[in-house]
Design a protein around this ligand. Sequence first.
Ligand code: FES
Length: 571
Amino acid sequence: MKKLRSQEWFGRQDKNGFLYRSWMKNQGWPHDLFDGRPVIGICNTFSELTPCNAHFREIAEYVKRGVWEAGGFPLEFPVMSLGESVLRPTAMLFRNLASMDVEESIRGNPIDGVVLLMGCDKTTPSLLMGAASCDLPTAGVSGGPMLSGKFHGHDLGSGTGVWQMNEQVRSGQMNLEEFFEAESCMHRSKGHCMTMGTASTMASMVESLGMSLPGNAAIPAVDARRYTLAQMTGRRVVQMVHEDLRISRILTREAFENAIRANAGIGGSTNAVIHLIALAGRLGVPLCLDDFDQLASCLPCLVNIQPSGKYLMEDFFYAGGVPVVLRELGEAGALHREALTVNGKSMWENVAEAPCWNRDVIRPFTDPFKPNAGITVLRGNLAPDGAVIKLSAASPHLLQHRGRAVVFESIEELHARINDEALDIDENCVMVLKNCGPRGYPGMAEVGNMPLPPKILRKGITDMVRISDARMSGTAYGTVVLHACPEAAAGGPLALVQSGDMVTLDVAKRAVRLEVDEPALAARRAQWTPPPLPERGYLRLYVKHVLQADKGADLDFLVGRSGAAVGRDSH
Ligand code: FES
């Protein structure tokens, strides 16, 4: 059998072998565990400050069971955990930092294969990105969605329900007592957001990429089958080490195309665009913004889940989950059937027979939930390098729209003015928010779904065209143009928009335009000054090196991979 990487540490018959083994033995490990069996690192994003991942120590125990059963040696290690709900100013600011933690933790340690435990939004891309830059045999286990929220006899979806109820409070349809009562009703079990928000989307991407065992995305966090899947993944990753089935053999261009199409099928988050491009960049797989439009904007949304639809992830699981969506795509010719997955089988071998148990939750390709519902890429003088809109969550009547811009220079200005009854705005206006991109916020926060002014909500209007360089929560909805590139803080044209300018959105023509002539824009550009660099620390590193959203918002020096070799000993 091939000598494994971990033997460069544990197999040594010298002073360094003593060092590498002896301290490990303080945990009670017998000497024969260092005999050359596969060492499986379990990369754990457990944190009590990341509530969506707070059950991960339990999941890790099941992965370990599987690793032991298959003859491996499991070693769990922590990495930076990013909790979407509490981490300020935005978890996205730290995705790349966490990916560095993952990459260096894997590379620097005696690990032959890795199981990634992922849940809350950014914990999935950061782990995939870090692992991809090392390129060891790797499989993912997601933490699973929470049980459906239940409030006053109805389903209540993570995030989506907050945005809806907040608008009801602001328009006077709900009182604060009811609003706060819903807190305990929305999130009532372990797991991540149970709408098709970014966490569920990214878990579905993991499965569509072939990076997990089939069915991984939708099993509720508290369902026993989640723990079975963790155990089976532990068993399987030991075999992957023996087969030298590295992440780069799974994450091919075909795998990314499958994921992009699956994202349309599930009505997934716009955040998947940024994360998939960043992940592809680590592997050297060519992938760009236009791939999303060309491959998937014409595809239908099959899944009737919030925020695009009405059901929740628990319903999606009972209906059959991601395998059904992939089967539908495959039967429609929109899937690379031969793409390899971590269980060693092709995607099609995994999903060809996947049964659907509820056609109201997962519609057939021939009679979809929403036609032409993929993520669409817009360009024009307002976003020369592109912007995105999620059609499945937008209002059809606003997809062709011309309106007067109402501009907010910062998130603080938006908060200060949006509730002002004197704000000069009506429902035909286009709300424009600047300086919320990667460099501007910094970290590209999920603030693109700007709240509507109360005086418009009171008219019963719930959507307006909104444009920004920000992101939007995967749980959010509306006719929201996001990720405008280049961002305002990088001197993009968004920085030059003034209140009163006319803006045109024409989704059919893939256009977002500012109706201001070039000489006038040049005069405004001459007046623009870039924001100062943060003084120190990670923030400074981030702002100096972050790429724009169309390039995945990775740090420029992290693009690519270095492999897992480490030439030198520690002593
Ligand atoms: Fe963690 Fe939504 S807050 S998944």
